[in-house]
Design a protein around this ligand. Sequence first.
Ligand code: UDP
Ligand code: MG
Length: 334
Amino acid sequence: MNGPAVYLVVPCYNEEAVLPETVKRLTEKLARMGEAGLAGEGSRILLVDDGSKDRTWALIQAFHGEDPRVEGVKLAHNRGHQNALLCGLMTALPRCDCAISLDADLQDDVEALDAFVEKFLEGCDVVYGVRNRRDTDTWFKRATAQGFYRIMRLLGADVVFNHADYRLMSRRALEGLSEYREVNLFLRGLVPLIGYRSDYVYYDRQERFAGESKYPFKKMLAFALDGITSFSVRPLKLISNLGILISVLSVFGLLYALISYFAGWAVSGWTAIVCSIWLLGGLQMLCLGVVGGYIGKIYSEVKARPRFRVEEALLHGPGDPGKDGHGTTADQDL
Ligand code: UDP
Ligand code: MG
């Protein structure tokens, strides 16, 4: 076997129904990739047990016993898909040339794996798996998911349309990812921020072949909200804009109330009440917006995202450009 050390990182939560088949197919696929020169000696399948309550970990132990190329990590409790995935990627980082994350239910077509590694060998650091069709998803899932991508785009976050977490990352990109220390993880939004050369691989999303989805609507909604609030402070800016709008409108309201007063249309006391409601409402909204602006700044400071990443440098003389940007220019991620 020669080729890069490829890690297949698979988060698993209560996946006893699918794991035996998944491991069998991935092992076979990895062997075929080895023959084709796409996966070298150090290639592994890394299963991350996200605090499952069923026999998932016992199965992983058994697979590891049979074939040491199947590796496992067990989280102490259920931390959710994104955290499990990050744990897997960070475990793979010092051991691999590139890592590919995919779901345990084989919804992500394993035959597309060759295309990922080929792009990596061509020099890409990140390869995004993009779904061709979504007709295996229910109408509801399709509509909500696509609505979500649109909202994210509208709010200014750079997400790849119809890309879930089927993606290849080179070791260099993984190192970049390790510099993001935020707790509210939304990998789909973070990875494009890392930069470097990237490309797409298109595949058909299959149906989950056993077990049921671990992403009920409630979790999906929480995930979407997390994505939006982690990548955009535009909702906060919206409050300030609304405040400005209402304050301007209140001037017209004020004029109208005064005209009514002098024209004698108004009941006594009405003018004062209406004017104060409009003015105070607008002012309050504006102040909230100002406070929001500061909160937005605090939020981006707290996340402490790297400010830049040097890909290449042509320098003459002493001095080191540094590997990342902790410590100088302004944060431009938001
Ligand atoms: N998963 C996880 N932790 C969780 C929920 C899900 O590790 O808390 C894993 C799950 O085992 C699977 C992947 O995340 O490998 C995607 O989940 P699923 O297929 O249920 O989501 P869907 O495809 O229905 O969106
Ligand atoms: Mg699935």
